[in-house]
Design a protein around this ligand. Structure first.
Ligand SMILES: NC(=O)C1=CN([C@@H]2O[C@H](COP(=O)(O)OP(=O)(O)OC[C@H]3O[C@@H](n4cnc5c(N)ncnc54)[C@H](OP(=O)(O)O)[C@@H]3O)[C@@H](O)[C@H]2O)C=CC1
Ligand SMILES: O=C(O)CCC(=O)C(=O)O
Length: 452
């Protein structure tokens, strides 16, 4: 049995209750086969695959807090510190009722390779809680964040582990957590990214994941002799990543006709009005029905299981920006039959393994989240640099570094695919290219640092 198959088999036995982690590990290890085969003896002896798939540590803790009725509530908190071979652990905190250890582990595992692709010195980690911020008062959010950070503060630090936002964790939550860390540790340091601009945050971090997604998509299209100008896109989600992906797409001449949230979606043939979307989602924290009520060209549809949602429309590019496994095989077939040119992932693992394979085999230009959404964490690393320097760079400076990083990521993933002759559906296999390019750097560091 090959080394990859042996490790995958062990992983399935050890992590049977963690389907998302197994899905992520299978995708990565499968695509690394040519690299592993070429170095099998060394990697087996050094147990590289066993080590890279086992987190350095998994921290789980109780988060008690008091709600507005005086009732004590208890949530579960997580931080998975996966791999720090190339830098301090780095990755967001997800606050969503669906959060469990398997989801945090899959996200932390992906983060190792993504962070390596950014070209910056950051290791992989992820955390969060099954706390649901929806419908909570600001005081309840603060009570939760303070309690969460009271425990988490024991395990993080500017050179140890630097968390950030993710689903459900935005500027408000980062603020409450930073305040509590400062109070407990008696120290002002860049322990979190996504901070407010007056207390160590970086300009362009808010925009970075969505803008970065479009910079990479633009590089992909240009490399294939195509232009985004005048094209139409479907976007899912209506949170941080989706909003700034829509904004940058429009700046590049793309008409975005959809967005969604967990209860339904908008189809707006005139193009999404991003200012209105920001007002509804960022300011009012309201549902998308409010967007439809304010814009006559927009239709709102309630989500029902088995429907294609935003993926049913005839578009040139699809940008999944909501959550994992939101684009399945049937959606992929629909997109292909409608002639989609590219699918580039703003979210983490939004496309199922079957859908990814179908899109790639049918000639769709497909770039997975590890490469396509790396602009967020890359800009977080730029925030860390600014904090270390005790300086703030201009928006233009950060944005131009972000653009350069995304173009380099695209060049590196296509180069890695070419070096190993990884092609699919007539294109470079960018999924394999991303996994290989991310892996090579981490494995070099692991080998250099000995058994640890
Ligand atoms: N923020 C960042 O910098 C980065 C984020 N990502 C990834 O991008 C994705 C989106 O994150 P972000 O925009 O920050 O998060 P937000 O919380 O700002 O937005 C999440 C969006 O996805 C929707 N959503 C969440 N869960 C579900 C679900 N189970 N089914 C359908 N829709 C859902 C939300 O709808 P609703 O409002 O109804 O919950 C919301 O529209 C995630 O996969 C995240 O891991 C990746 C790289 C960096
Ligand atoms: O900016 C960060 O550190 C976190 C980004 C993140 O969670 C992600 O890339 O999925």
């Amino acid at each position: 049995m090959s080394y990859v198959d042996e490790v995958l088999e062990q992983l399935k036995k050890k992590n049977a209750s963690e389907p998302e982690f197994l899905q992520a590990a299978t995708e990565v290890l499968d695509s690394l086969r040519p690299v592993i085969d070429a170095n099998e003896q060394l990697y087996r002896k050094e147990a590289i695959l066993e080590r890279i798939t086992e987190p350095d540590r998994q921290i789980m803790f109780r988060v008690p807090w008091v709600d507005d009725n005086g009732q004590v509530q208890v949530n579960r908190g997580f931080r998975v510190q996966f791999n720090n071979a190339i830098g301090p652990y780095k990755g967001g905190l997800r606050l969503h009722p669906s959060v469990n250890l398997g989801i945090i582990k899959f996200l932390g595992f992906e983060q190792i390779f993504k962070n390596s692709l950014t070209t910056l010195p950051i290791g992989g980690g992820k955390g969060g809680s099954d706390f649901d911020p929806k419908g909570k008062s600001d005081r309840e959010i603060m009570a939760f964040c303070q309690s969460f950070m009271t425990e988490l503060s024991k395990y993080i630090g500017a050179d140890v582990d630097v968390p950030a936002g993710d689903i459900g964790t935005g500027a408000r939550e980062i603020g409450f957590m930073f305040g509590q860390y400062k109070r407990i540790q008696g120290m002002f340091e860049g322990v979190l990214t996504g901070k407010g601009l007056t207390w160590g945050g970086s300009l362009a971090r808010t925009q970075a994941t969505g803008y970065g997604l479009l910079y990479l998509t633009d590089a992909l299209w240009r490399d294939h002799g195509k232009s985004l100008e005048g094209k139409t896109a479907a976007v899912s989600g209506s949170g941080n990543v989706a909003i700034y992906a829509i904004e940058k797409a429009q700046q590049l001449g793309v008409k975005v006709v959809t967005c969604s949230d967990s209860t339904g979606w908008i189809y707006d043939p005139e193009g999404i009005d991003v200012a209105l979307l920001k007002e509804v989602k960022e300011v009012k924290r309201a549902r998308l029905t409010e967007y439809a009520a304010a814009k006559s060209s927009a239709q709102y549809f309630e989500k029902k299981n088995g429907e294609h949602g935003v993926w049913q429309y005839k578009v040139d590019l699809a940008l999944p920006c909501a959550t994992q496994n939101e684009l399945d095989l049937e959606d992929a077939k629909m997109l292909v039959s409608n002639g989609v040119t590219s699918v580039t992932e703003g979210a983490n693992m939004p496309t199922t393994l079957e859908a990814t394979k179908y899109l790639q085999e049918n000639g769709v230009l497909f770039v997975g989240g590890k490469a396509a959404n790396a602009g967020g964490v890359a800009t977080s690393a730029l925030e860390m640099s600014q904090n270390s320097e005790r300086l703030s760079w201009t928006f233009e400076e950060v944005d131009s570094k972000l653009k350069g990083i995304m173009e380099t990521i695209y060049a590196n993933i296509s180069d890695a695919a070419k070096r190993y002759n990884m092609t699919v559906g007539g294109n470079d296999d960018y999924v394999a290219g991303a996994n290989i390019a991310g892996f090579e750097k981490v494995v070099d560091a692991m080998l250099a640092q000995g058994v640890c």
